[in-house]
Design a protein around this ligand. Sequence first.
Ligand code: LLP
Length: 389
Amino acid sequence: MENVPRTNKGFPVEAFERQRTPFYYYDLDILHGTLAELNRCMARLPWPCTMHYAVKANANPRLLAEIAGHGLGADLVSGGEIQAAIHAGFKPALMAYSGVGKADWEIRLGLECGVGCFNVESVPELEVISALAAEMGCTAPVAIRVNPDIDAHTHRYITTGTAQSKFGIPIEQLPQVVDLALTLPHVHLSGLHFHIGSQIIDLQPYEMLCDTINALLDHYESRGIHFETINVGGGLGIDYSDPDCHAMPDFEHYFGTFAHLRLRDGQQLHFELGRAVVGACGSLISRVLYVKHSRDKQFVILDAGMTDLIRPALYEAHHLIQNLTAVDGASQAYDVVGPVCESSDVFAHDCPLPVTRRGDLIALRSAGAYGESMASSYNQRSLPGSYFA
Ligand code: LLP
């Protein structure tokens, strides 16, 4: 049976006992350590670099304020995220606004706030941004999101850089779109943007991305076109199976891979990591409601469900599960499930846990990214709270 760490070390279990479950627990030491390591490794690249934290991964106001405080910018995909980022103290010049479907009010909000860049995903969007900027008497800084047709070898729901995906402008259409952007009077073409997928562990697709970008830079240089920024998106994966041994994402190799780029003088490199920034610092803390013995199975029924953490139901994602109350005794295999009326409301099948009882506290680890931000109130359930230490 898989070896699950039998410890509640590092968790303020006594304080948890006083909290209403389920809630997200964020370890700020882990977050600060991650941000410091990220800044340290990024600073080794020979070009001016900016990390735009992908707010979609977790928009908890306290986390956003910590991340803004470490000098990061923000990658945003909705008007709501723009408002949250402004509120948290991110500088508008360090904001990039992405997304395939920006509504007019959201584009106006981005222009009013002075976001540093609109990452544009289609010709009609480029035309609408130009028209709205003209109406408002301003110029919109834009980067064109290129779909480089690179397979990131990750879950099909979070692969974004292949020709089949809805994201970005197909690379073969880039010449016409660049020409159009250069002729529109109310847009300023500042760069190129890429994002090939999420939870990427094998870094080879990033090497392919570097080759693609180098070829594009050579081509546009020969045409006398200079881009101020190259944005390589996000996607660096984290270790969901062993969060204690690998709490830190492999920033060293990740940033090292981009040393293969051949950026020109004055060009800036932008990144948009989300999961790697906040994934490890968060756990979903829940209480066991019942242990149910069926004919072939033993179920641990939690008070947290897919409404609190949808990743297992949506992507068959694996989060390490630990019993924080019972840490001794032989392992039993349990199916760990939530209370929601859906068969997919299962966190794990045959999960090894010590003998588990009603009232035990359970941690679902590595839930800092795409956990709280994807929570819903399906079944009229309350949204999970948060607790920091
Ligand atoms: N930039 C763009 C344009 C993106 O679409 C995304 C994520 C990111 C950056 C940040 O990617 P990250 O560094 O976090 O991998 N809900 C899924 C993940 C969806 C990712 C969507 N886009 C999950 O729970 O695995």
